[in-house]
Write a protein that binds this ligand. Structure first.
Ligand code: SF4
Ligand code: SF4
Length: 117
């Protein structure tokens, strides 16, 4: 089912947005710093997953796979709270292609990707 998103002039004061509409808001465009995970040190405690405000941490079978940069806004909460300090926040412009590829999973096994709609 296709959903029409209302602009601010069409919204009724006090209205509640439809559930799931955040999936269509690509907060990754806000990012200045990007998290880069050292998977040699990661203990898959999933603290980053539970605290990420944009559900950008991708997990499969209880293991962290990486970060969905379409949604990661670079807030740095994951890096601050990681108990083994294995997430480095790097300037987006300094990210190497290898770091970007290593961090970003090709699929979102934890949820249906809006890219497939
Ligand atoms: S908080 Fe750190 S150790 Fe835990 S899953 Fe995330 S990156 Fe890995
Ligand atoms: S920096 Fe970390 S906590 Fe913040 S949005 Fe990105 S993945 Fe989530």
């Amino acid at each position: 089912m296709s959903k029409k998103l209302l602009n601010k002039d069409e919204m009724v004061p006090g209205a509640v947005a439809l559930g799931g509409t955040m999936a269509e808001l690509y907060t990754g465009s806000w990012r200045i710093y990007a998290p880069v995970t050292d998977f040699q040190k990661c203990v898959h405690c999933l603290t980053c997953w539970s605290l990420c405000p944009d559900s950008a941490v991708v997990v499969r079978d209880g293991k962290k796979l990486g970060t969905d940069y379409q949604y990661c806004k670079g807030c740095g909460i994951c890096a601050t709270e990681c108990p083994v300090d294995c997430i480095e926040m790097k300037l987006e412009t300094d990210l190497t292609e290898q770091e970007r590829k290593g961090e970003e999973p090709q699929e979102r096994p934890d949820r249906e990707s809006p890219r497939k709609k």
